[in-house]
Design a protein around this ligand. Structure first.
Ligand code: HEC
Length: 143
């Protein structure tokens, strides 16, 4: 009985693998000039804590390919890029940039990076000082 149930379980998991969320492929040429420009320090923080979801430079973890976890991971990447892609920055209108800077001030202390992501990515965790730095940087850019 147990054996039958677990076989069904394995079968179901295998079937789930057929369903994947596709992340749109990055453009074949990425214009380096479009990337956001900030101090070396700020860029370091953005790259290590935000780029997985807010740039084309996603380091996909192994579980990013295993359904059903991958649905969540990929949805975050897809959504994250759509909201904000630091490598598309210069293509944004001034209005959108302002909205994002305000969004950063609003979210850097709790919602961003996504808490669930941080449970799997210790290296992306920010110290209070780093969060303050990002916040100050964003605030200074608000007109
Ligand atoms: C694990 C993926 C992930 C990481 C890492 C991540 N984000 Fe996000 N971000 C998202 C998703 C998904 C959204 C859109 C939906 C939402 O608001 O939850 C988003 C939305 C945002 C928004 C718009 C929110 C608003 O309400 O205006 C800002 C600003 C933002 N992220 C900044 C950052 C910054 C700065 C970092 C790094 C410190 C970061 N994010 C790291 C996934 C991520």
């Amino acid at each position: 009985m147990l054996k039958t149930i677990s076989l069904w379980g394995v079968g179901a998991l295998l079937l789930l693998q057929a369903i994947q969320i596709d992340i749109p492929a990055p453009p074949s040429t990425i214009d380096k000039n479009n990337e956001i420009k900030a101090s070396h320090e700020i860029m370091g923080i953005l790259r290590s804590s935000c780029y997985d979801c807010h740039s084309y430079q996603t380091k996909m973890p192994w579980y990013g390919n295993v359904a059903p976890i991958s649905w969540e991971v990929r949805a975050h990447i897809k959504d994250g890029r759509r909201w904000l892609n630091f490598q598309e920055w210069e293509g944004y209108s001034e209005e959108k940039k302002q909205k994002i800077f305000k969004g950063i001030v609003k979210t850097i202390n709790h919602r961003m990076p996504l808490p669930m992501y941080l449970t799997m990515h210790e290296e992306a965790e920010l110290t209070t000082e780093q969060r303050d730095e990002i916040k100050n940087w964003a605030e200074n850019n608000i007109k």
